[in-house]
Design a protein around this ligand. Structure first.
Ligand code: CO
Length: 292
């Protein structure tokens, strides 16, 4: 992907800036839902470092889409920009080309809102950027799902013994398109590992469905991991929390030995590289779509 990025940059640079390097530097806007859990920031720090390594010339700015989280962080004296503010910050840094990268797992409602916000912002400021590329979420193709499956299974490695199951908690969107993408990823994962399961915390594939699936196998021990970028609120409470309605508590009650893998997907190198592979000069929101 660095290749495409370099090519785009070289074409752009030779066409319009005649060597005035800093005047045309591209910028990157990383957009996540956000988290106010300090330890969950580990994943974002990991992602930022990888982006710095992959695009050393480009300034990196963060936006959180959750207003609730942004307000909470602002009150705590750690403000994070909105999408509009993030784009303005990159313009102020002199960026003429912007790569917006969604750090969502699937193109569900959060991504749809992100795309709409960026598009409206681009229309509101014509000519501010020469190009604004929109990088799509983690799971966009069957190949992405295969890479995701390989990365999350590799994470447990030999710690997970034969016969032990692994359950991934995805977020989900009960009546939305996001769930259909998760169903595809779940199918790909099942083909790689018959004891790997996916269910959702706010989606249509419920814990009860998961439990009956587990019961159809001979399983004693279950590993738990969020299928989310950060090990944030859902992972800490709904997945591993001490309350009796957390998945960990309910699985223990059902007789399983339970072990947590306390990491968000953003802490896994292969996952970060998969996001980076989606940061490319395609889908320029400042131009009409090109029809062949
Ligand atoms: Co939620």
């Amino acid at each position: 992907m660095r290749f495409f990025f370099t090519i785009a940059f070289v074409i752009f640079c030779s066409a319009s800036c005649a060597g005035a390097f800093s005047a045309v530097k591209p910028g990157i806007l990383l957009v996540a839902f956000g988290t106010s859990v300090p330890e969950a920031q580990r994943a974002y720090a990991r992602i930022e470092k990888a982006y710095n390594d992959a695009f050393p010339e480009a300034p990196i700015v963060w936006s959180f889409t959750s207003q609730k989280i942004r307000k909470k962080l602002a009150r705590a004296g750690k403000p994070v920009l909105s999408i509009g503010e993030g784009l303005a910050a990159l313009a102020k840094k002199g960026c003429k080309t912007v790569f917006v990268q969604s750090l969502h797992i699937v193109a569900g409602e959060e991504f749809a809102e992100l795309a709409r916000s960026v598009l409206l912002n681009v229309n509101r400021h014509p000519g501010r950027f020469e190009a604004v590329y929109l990088g799509r979420p983690l799971l966009e193709s069957r190949d992405d799902a295969k890479k995701l499956a390989a990365a999350i299974l590799k994470e447990l490695g030999p710690r997970r013994k034969p016969g032990e199951a692994v359950v991934f908690m995805a977020h989900g969107q009960e009546k939305g398109r996001g769930d259909l993408i998760l169903e595809g990823a779940r199918d790909v994962l099942k083909h790689q590992d018959s004891l790997a399961f996916v269910a959702t915390v706010e989606g249509s594939r419920s814990f009860d469905e998961l439990l009956s699936e587990l019961k159809s196998h001979i399983i004693k021990k279950v590993w738990l991991m969020p299928l989310m970028v950060v090990y944030g609120d859902h992972a800490r409470n709904d997945l591993s929390g001490k309350e009796e309605d957390s998945w960990a508590s309910r699985l223990k009650k059902a007789g399983y030995e339970v072990e947590m893998n306390e990491k968000g997907l953003g802490e896994l190198e292969d996952i970060v590289q998969l996001f980076i592979s989606h940061t490319a000069p395609v889908d320029d929101l400042t131009k009409e779509p090109k029809k062949p």
